[in-house]
Ligand binder design. Structure first.
Ligand SMILES: Cc1cc2nc3c(=O)[nH]c(=O)nc-3n(C[C@H](O)[C@H](O)[C@H](O)COP(=O)(O)OP(=O)(O)OC[C@H]3O[C@@H](n4cnc5c(N)ncnc54)[C@H](O)[C@@H]3O)c2cc1C
Length: 476
């Protein structure tokens, strides 16, 4: 990048918010995926106006801009494939308004999910999506990825809470979308276009979000099963009861053993377990908890435990949230990688999916841990790979392809909440062939120079074992 351009960027955001240090360029080349590519400069603007001025400079000089929230994305969305600028939003971290009487709040894009919930707690309100990364991920990143989490089955995903956005477009102009009213039929619902756009259509700087009252009471049931298939059947039977739990987390034996070994979680030694949360008025919670226990026993659970104790619930939830990190310590030499890690299938297809994943793992000589927000059909399969072994990556890549073929055949999607980025790109292209031309046309209309997060989603070409963060060569 030309030194004059770097000086212009320093003038806009202040030199303390521009970095070209080797350490920063290396670090900002990662998100939480398997991919890495360094930018040429990292900048941390503090306002929409500064973002707009930065984009105008980049547009004039055809410089790529990759927006980054907390970098917790698991598919390479924030990895600056074309170098250029990484635009870090974390200085834009003000909660501007909380209006519980109007059911909304207004936050800057860099506000962290859990910080927003801390601010909402005194009002007895919350932003319910509950991603596992809530203590770090930003609201802007969540909108850009349409993130969700444990409570999506009852409370929906981020998209269901976006009422309006302030966005800087690829030419630096600023657009205000949506309203502060719950209902709005006033023109194209442009705010929805930016949900899930992963920084390819614009840079979100402010979000007007719907908020929800917190439930009065919560209870949790932990049920242990003799087979993964039984656990899957429990989930779909529960929904058909009908009963809408506020969360339903499934873990297979590999995940259970990993958290028991790593954090001494003390989970039951079994093939699979479900942690099912119900919430609402006390009498509803009591009734639903009874129903959950009944369904678990009918689907062969051999141990069923109910708790109303907040400390026990926090311990169980922590065990579930520790799966990803614990799997990396499961076997010597192996790391747990996010490959084929976020599919969603129709809820009734969960038993078919989990059985197929086990068969694929055995056939391809890979270890796969399966867990996830099963009640909304969203499963996570973490694959254990020897990161310096080409054979291990090849086996993993083959298993990934087979997993997605099954998912698509079952009527599912390759990503339920993490987004596409790089790691899901070829499979999203396979899943949605009729959408690709329209996606490309929208991108061309909104970012004709292709400077916003280029090379991702529909633009990605080839396989995914590329731009690895590990010391192993890219696969063809
Ligand atoms: C331990 C762990 C658990 C997780 N659990 C969940 C989970 O339960 N549910 C879930 O949905 N995800 C989960 N994730 C994935 C991740 O946390 C989410 O995708 C989250 O939304 C990413 O937010 P971020 O601020 O880190 O965004 P980043 O990773 O920085 O960016 C994600 C994408 O959004 C774009 N982007 C970021 N900010 C903006 C902006 N202001 N404007 C435009 N584009 C932007 C980036 O360019 C990138 O494409 C988990 C990740 C980890 C590491």
């Amino acid at each position: 990048m030309r030194p004059e351009v770097l000086n212009e960027l320093r003038d806009i955001v202040g030199s303390e918010n521009v970095s070209t240090s080797a350490a920063d360029l290396y670090t900002y080349g990662f998100d939480s995926s398997i991919h890495h590519h360094s930018p040429e400069v990292v900048i941390r603007p503090g306002s929409t106006e500064e973002v707009s001025m930065v984009v105008k400079v980049a547009a004039r000089d055809h410089i790529a801009i990759t927006t980054r929230g907390a970098g917790t994305g698991l598919c390479g969305g924030a990895v600056p494939l074309h170098g250029g600028i990484v635009l870090d939003t974390t200085r834009m971290n003000k909660i501007r308004e909380i209006r519980v009487q109007d059911l909304y709040c207004v936050v800057e894009a860099g506000v962290v999910n859990d910080k927003l919930n801390e601010a909402l707690a005194p009002f007895k309100f919350f932003f319910p999506t509950s991603p596992g990364s809530g203590e770090a991920c930003t609201i802007g990143g969540m909108v850009a990825a349409n993130a969700s989490g444990m409570r999506a089955i009852k409370y929906g995903a981020t998209r269901d809470y976006v009422m309006g956005l302030v966005v800087v477009l690829a030419d630096g102009s600023i657009v205000h979308t949506g309203t502060r009213t719950l209902k709005n039929s006033s023109g194209y619902q442009l705010e929805r276009l930016f949900v899930g756009s992963e920084g390819t259509l614009g840079i979100i700087t402010e979000v007007t979000m719907r908020i929800a009252p917190k439930p009065k009471k919560v209870a949790m049931v932990m049920a242990a099963f003799p087979t993964l298939e039984d656990a899957g059947k429990c989930v779909s039977k529960l929904i058909a009861t009908p009963l809408l739990p506020s969360a339903c987390e499934l873990m297979d034996k590999t995940c259970i053993q990993a958290v028991n070994k790593t954090i001494q979680a003390g989970l039951p030694d079994c093939e699979a377990l479900c942690m099912i949360e119900v919430d609402g008025e006390p009498e509803v919670v009591e009734r639903d908890a009874q129903k959950v226990q009944g369904v678990a026993r009918e689907t062969n659970a051999f141990s069923v435990e109910l708790t109303h104790d907040a400390k026990v619930m926090a311990k169980w939830t922590n065990a579930r949230k520790s799966v990803m990190a614990s799997l990396s310590r499961f076997g010597e030499k192996f790391v747990s990688v996010s490959l084929a890690d976020d599919m969603a299938v129709p809820i009734s297809k969960i038993p078919d999916a989990v059985v197929a994943f086990q068969q694929i793992a055995a056939r391809n000589n890979v270890i796969i841990g399966t867990y996830g927000h099963a009640a909304d059909g969203n499963l996570h399969t973490k694959m254990l790979v020897d990161p310096i072994s080409e054979v291990s990556w090849r086996n993993g890549e083959k298993a990934v392809g087979e997993i997605y073929d099954i998912v698509i055949k079952l009527g599912g999607t390759v990503t339920g909440e993490h987004g596409v980025g790089i790691s899901k790109a070829p499979f999203m292209q396979k899943e949605r062939p009729t959408m690709l031309t329209t996606m490309a046309a929208i991108k061309k209309a909104m970012d004709p120079q292709d400077i916003l997060n280029p090379g991702k989603m529909q633009e990605w070409q080839g396989g995914i074992i590329k731009h690895l963060r590990y010391p192993c060569k890219d696969l063809d």
